[in-house]
Design a protein around this ligand. Sequence first.
Ligand code: KIV
Length: 309
Amino acid sequence: MTEARKKITLPYLFDKAARNEPITWLTCYDYPTAYLQEQAGIEMILVGDSLGMTMLGYDSTLPVTMEDMIRHSQAVRRGAPTAFIVGDMPYMSYQPSVESAIRNAGRFMAEASCDAIKLEGGAAMADRIKGIVDSGIPAIGHLGLTPQSVSALGGYKVQGKSAALAKKILDDAKALEKAGAFMILLEMVPDRLCKLITEQAENCLIMSLGSGPEAHGQLLIYHDMFGLYPRFRPKMAKVFGNAGEVILNGLKAYHDDVIGKQFPQPENWFGMKDEEFSDLQAMLNPPAAEAEEKPRKKSKKNKIVKEQE
Ligand code: KIV
């Protein structure tokens, strides 16, 4: 991107979908990556609770707290001032009640300047979506493989393969749209089901994560795109660059350079003028007579001289 981009807004997203141009969406959890995503022109960023796995090393997303989410969302906003940032509501931040859902959704907006929130679940969560939307907060639903319910779903696998389960997901999408969700993410549902839901959506954008091309846009997990998650790589993730390998090679080279005394080189350290160093030596080793006359006082204040060479 050359020119500074205008803030991505809800009308921008709907206009783009109306022109049949796919919306770009990625997960992101930190400042430097957010900065790069903004430079690359990515329109939407999901500060996903997947950070529990990708950034914090848990086995699932369940231990992630609101404090974790707020901290990471704030960092992402600092790196991506114009992206449409979505805060992902962590486990048990909205399930207990509509009131808890509104309060925690509000925290994403007030404390981290998010543009919207996302939560998992279908018709059973429609009242949470309605409460949040009625409070003036744009809300996104998430159907199909919903990681917070991975135990109930029987693992990380495609959802809605049978006609009956596909119908349930379609009904859930309708319930979320009716409740006011402006967007629904379909994760790992069959492409034809995603197409059907997209065609039937009236005032709601449908996004695909591993659910095929016939949606209003695509989401990917950043760590899967760049080989940065060591435990597994889901089939739906295309690797756009192996940053994990590049970083690993760099780390090995650093290790070898240090033990081989090849690092640091003069350009990697800072020097001191000869006269200053001589003065320092004189201070530390005064002539014997002077040392007797003037016992060294405890230093009062160190003068800090900043030098950039
Ligand atoms: O937390 C997350 O990154 C998500 C994606 C898996 C959609 O919810």
